[in-house]
Design a protein around this ligand. Structure first.
Ligand code: URA
Length: 439
């Protein structure tokens, strides 16, 4: 670590020493916190970031696939109403690529794909590796939780970063996200970096810096990767809350037009382009419109333990919350939405966690949310709650999260920017000294 603090950067041997020590306990919590802080304040250069990413990826198992098509995935930096993964994975599978998607749980005000899928009765996210491989091969996609074997260095460093207030470092975020994704043995990865009031990193320039860092590091580490920077100034779906978002994903899989469809198709087309396909926009849209993606989603759900007839019996399997009430509003147009506040309202209803491991109620949340520039017509949306008291609190929170104006605002495009794959040769200097970089 002295090398880092002295401005000599992080070399490959130093990165391996840290990552292996995180995984096997050879690095103490204090040393790991000091390392995270040194990275946070000194920053890493491109080769240092790549070295850390590769070393963390190599701290555990790295999956290898032997499939008759490319292996591709998407990663989103997270938002509210972001249920893209449930649609994109089957769209890509319908287009002949394989998607072994390893997803996470809700973090802060943002929802998690695994929590959404667990709204479906019987759906198992913890599969044995052989079962995961079988479903990916037979169906084309599976969405599962990370096994403890993938990038164990990240799991430990992430917990330490959280305690040491070192979460918001672009270098550490880059290595954290990519070490896990690249351990899944991907040929290509498309990144959805969110920007706006509901994003993990809200400022546009910071979102762009994160996207550039992720794209250049992933390409240098050997995975063909690009990024779209997409809008999180409003929830992507009209619903926020686990089962409610699954319902909306199923509506999209059945061909319903929406902003969710538009962003999902843009990300799907980009993933197909990275996988070497042509005519990607048409192919992705056709996967939805033909019903092929819906059929693959149904097979994936059944393969992972859910009901075989989910798509045709949504209200049976995704039951309503006990209390459903409208959220009244004054007349006007939606001028601004505090998306993080909407995410916190869902947590307040019991649909998200304040502490890791908390149980969540998959029925609760918000639906029919008005989108930016839409006339309110007296209603901001619907609240789905366990009790009248919970509903009262959520209604007040949602009312404060919307700003209503007499005229509609100028809308910004849902897709803000595109960061193309970079051709960067990995140049990771070997250690300048044979000694330990941790002191
Ligand atoms: N998601 C991750 O996996 N890691 C981070 O550091 C931040 C978001």
């Amino acid at each position: 670590m002295s090398g880092l603090l002295a401005g000599r950067g992080l070399d490959r041997d130093g990165a391996v020493l840290i990552a292996q020590g995180l995984a096997d306990g050879g690095v103490s919590d204090a040393q790991a916190a000091a390392f995270a802080m040194a990275v946070m304040f000194k920053g890493l250069d491109g080769p240092g970031r790549t070295a850390l990413t590769l070393a963390m990826r190599g701290s555990g198992e790295v999956l290898r696939w032997d499939l008759p098509g490319p292996v591709v995935d998407k990663h989103s930096t997270g938002g509210v109403g972001d249920v893209v993964s449930l649609i994109l994975a089957p769209v890509l599978a319908a287009c002949g690529v394989y998607v072994p998607m390893i997803s996470g749980r809700g973090l802060g005000h943002t929802g998690g794909t695994l929590d959404k899928l667990e709204s479906i009765p019987g759906y198992r996210v913890d599969l044995e590796e052989a079962e995961f491989r079988r479903i990916v091969r037979d169906v084309g996609c599976a969405i599962v939780a990370a096994s403890g074997k993938l990038a164990p260095a990240d799991r430990r460093l992430y917990a330490i970063r959280d305690e040491a207030a070192c979460v918001a470092s672009i270098d550490l975020i880059t290595a954290s996200i990519l070490s896990k994704k690249l351990a899944a043995g991907l040929d290509a990865l498309v990144l959805d970096v969110k920007s706006g009031s509901g994003a993990f990193i809200g400022e546009e320039d910071q979102a762009e810096a994160l996207a550039q860092s992720l794209v250049s590091t992933a390409n240098a580490a050997g995975g063909r990767t690009s990024a779209l920077i997409t809008d999180m100034d409003q929830p992507l779906a009209r619903a926020a809350g686990n089962g409610l978002e699954v319902r909306e994903a199923i509506a999209c899989l059945r061909g319903e037009p929406s902003a969710l469809r538009e962003v999902t198709l843009a990300l799907s087309a980009e993933a197909l382009r990275l996988a070497g396909q042509d005519d990607v926009a048409r192919r992705a849209a056709n996967a939805l419109d033909s019903g092929d993606a819906a059929e693959i989603f149904a097979r994936m759900v059944a393969g992972q333990g859910g009901p075989v007839d989910l798509i045709d019996n949504v209200s049976t399997y995704l039951p309503d919350a006990p209390v459903i009430r409208p959220i009244p509003a004054p007349e006007g147009f939606v001028a601004e939405t505090d998306v993080a506040a909407l995410g916190h309202a869902v947590i307040g209803l019991g649909g998200g966690r304040i502490r890791a491991g908390q149980a969540i109620d998959h029925r609760v949340g918000l639906s029919d949310l008005r989108r930016l520039a839409e006339p309110v017509e007296g209603l901001l949306g619907m609240v789905h709650a366990r009790t009248e008291e919970d509903a009262d609190a959520a209604i007040a929170a949602v009312q404060s999260a919307f700003r209503i104006a007499d005229t509609p605002p100028t809308l910004r495009p849902p897709i803000r920017n595109y960061i193309a794959p970079t051709k960067i040769e990995a140049h990771i200097p070997a250690a300048s000294t044979g000694g330990s970089d941790i002191e």
